[in-house]
Design a protein around this ligand. Sequence first.
Ligand SMILES: Nc1ncnc2c1ncn2[C@@H]1O[C@H](COP(=O)(O)OP(=O)(O)OP(=O)(O)O)[C@@H](O)[C@H]1O
Length: 859
Amino acid sequence: MEEFSPMPCPSTVTVRRNPPRKARATPYTTAAKPPPSSNAHDVPSFPIDEILSIQIPLPEPPKPSASESLKIFLRIKPLRVFNKVTAAAAKSRPRNVWPQNPSKKQNVAKESRSKKSEEACIALNDSYSVTLTPPQALQELKRSKTEVFEGFSHVFPADCSQSDVYGKMVQPLLEDFLNGKSGMLAALGPSGSGKTHTVFGTPKDPGVVPLTLRQIFKKRDETSSPVSLRAFYLSIFEICSERGKGEKAYDLLGDGSSELSVQQSTIRGLKEVPIRNLEEAESLIGQAMLKRATATTNSNSQSSRSQCIINIRAASDGVSNETKVQSTDAMLTIVDLAGAEREKRTGNQGERLVESNFINNTSMVFGQCLRSLLEYQKNRKKGFQKHHQNSLLTRYLRDYLEGKKRMALIITVKAGEEDYLDTSYLLKQASPYMKIKFDNIEEVCNKRQLKTFPRVEKNKKMKLSAPKTSQIAETVSGEKNQITQEVNLEGKKAHQTYKSSPKLEDNNEREHIIMRNFAKVVWNVLKQYNEKLKVVAEGDICSLKERLKNEQLKSRELEAELINLKSNLAEPCLPEVEALVHQVEVDTSLANENTNVGDDDPCDLIESRSEATAEERNESSLPNKSVVPGLGNEEISWDEEKCAKQDDPCNLVDSTSEVTAEGCNESPVRNKNLVPDLANGQECDDQIDPTPSPEQVEVRLINNRLSNIQTKSAVSRRFPDSEKQERHRRLLPASSRLLAEEMNDLEIKDKQIEKPQVKLAETRDQEKSESTQGREIEIPAREAEPASTKKQRNEQKKPRRRLQPASSVLLTREINTLEIEDDVAEPKGTRGGKKTIVTQPRSQGSVTLLRLLTSNLHL
Ligand SMILES: Nc1ncnc2c1ncn2[C@@H]1O[C@H](COP(=O)(O)OP(=O)(O)OP(=O)(O)O)[C@@H](O)[C@H]1O
């Protein structure tokens, strides 16, 4: 038998993996190679060529460029300058022919030397830094201390020449300019510090501008570089204030009226003079210098009162002048700012003071722009504060002040001790500017030049030069498309107008005409849209008005409904009850008058009404009619006594109400309430004794009368007689009037019955009166007014109380229950013997009254 030997375990285990998957080709790559299909000819080819032919300036990827800091140069003005003023002063000195004392001469020389050394507040450390030392007086006051300012691109000492300044500062800029890069150089500094000297110089000692022009033409003549293929244009203008009100620009090379029109950052009408040689250029500069506004101040005999801007533009030869600014053009801008002035030093007054305010303001705005640029570069999240809008100069130099073009600053300072404050302030302000950086300047520069034109202007240019650009407009949807088409139509008209006009040689004028025509076109389009909008708005207004009217009608209806509801709530069915009760009262009083039983005493009124009620009851419920008149007679005597004892009939009413309430075994609290009293009284009446004894009948009559008295007292409490009449007239509805008429009928019946009743009362059995009097003895015992009764009497004097709807509901409920109890006629209450005596069936009159009430109230 062979033994089962398990399979030997393999030394290596091969795990099979899924074959490597290749990533699916993306739809883009598959689309690049579409499979050939037979229907390919049916599908129109995508107009890729057309789309590609449209030249859209795409953002070029940023080129790695070495960031360049803002170059700030410092030039120190020599302490002693032999200028015209000093020369004139020297000339004015009387020439002494006599030999001077040599010792005196030496002393004067020593003094002047020591003065010089003392006066200098700024000392050159090296080519990049200076030390500023405050005057002795300020040092003693510890208000200021010696400071070192470093980091300048170069510091020009007092004895430097104009050539040095040009070589170090302007030469690099010029080279870039000749290579097609724009740049700007601005001179800053207090008044009389040498800005104008640095920028323009003198014929003997030319400044930066003349030296630059020399260099340009020198290079063009020497070499066959691209410089020779370029044309150069010179424009010079100044910005000054007109009596401190507004800024104005004046062309310093223009003929005749030299005022320029200024639109935001655009200055129109500036004359750009082509310069072909150095002589032409120098004469133009001399012309501009003569035109520039200058004035004599304490700081400078020829102080500049305006900001002067010199533009040298290099344009490629052969380029049409129709498009003014080409991407290959470069602009070198040199700015001679008017020096900041301190009133104390300049002593300016009047117009000069106004000018200095303008100058100081412009200098301040210039500094703000540089600071905001610096802050923006430090933290770009904060956003760039556009201070450049605050002055025309800064608006014009916007691209530079936003760091989009290269610029350099030269700060000129005076070295005297008295100039310490000005120099210190300027150096402190300017030294942070050295951290301002420029990135990839030239690319931005050229694009910015194009962008400075408004967008609409650019579109128009495209239309004029390339009509196919309407294809681009097709991509615009909706109203934009419509606007573009309308603009195109108008633009064509404008183009025709433009063509029909005589050929314009001056580019500025041509541009101006184009802009004017375009503005007209845009204006027309806007007018049309305005009209359309008006039409639409009018339609909307009409529909809204209609809606408003409807809403107003609805609101009026709702208001009317609301008023009705309010009136219904304020006057529920209760007034009907009141009117009915009042009618009963009126009827009773009438009956009283007719019977002449008593005088105006209300007690008599109550009696007569009670008698009538008793009469009715006797007629309806009691079988023996002869007994009833006798009872009525006794009642009269009882009530008379009561009235004799109490002057106020209401007291009697209240006291009897209490008696009735006790008889009905109701709480005294309920007795105080008007409506439950009435209901309770009737409730007691509802208890019918099938075989009443003569005493019981008598008591029932009393109770019955009391219930009537309660009704009357309730009404009298609420309303005085005069008010009742008025209220009755006012509130009595039609149904209640009917009811009143019925009651009147009843009253007439009462009258008819009352007369025999009185007669019968006279022949009434005297024995019954004894028993009744016996009971009457009990009643006066209760006549001692309890506190609650007094309270009620006091309440009667108060203004009448109006029953609330809730109580009226209670009343109706009580009446309903009474009616049911009438039907059932069950004996109620077993407490005390008195109650059984007092309980009696409801009389026919009260039942009729209740039925009338309930039917009237629709219960
Ligand atoms: N470096 C300098 N070397 C010789 N003279 C100088 C120098 N700097 C200035 N001056 C002379 O000082 C005077 C005042 O100079 P300048 O008019 O250039 O000052 P400014 O700064 O332009 O003053 P403002 O702002 O009031 O126009 C001029 O007569 C000028 O020739």
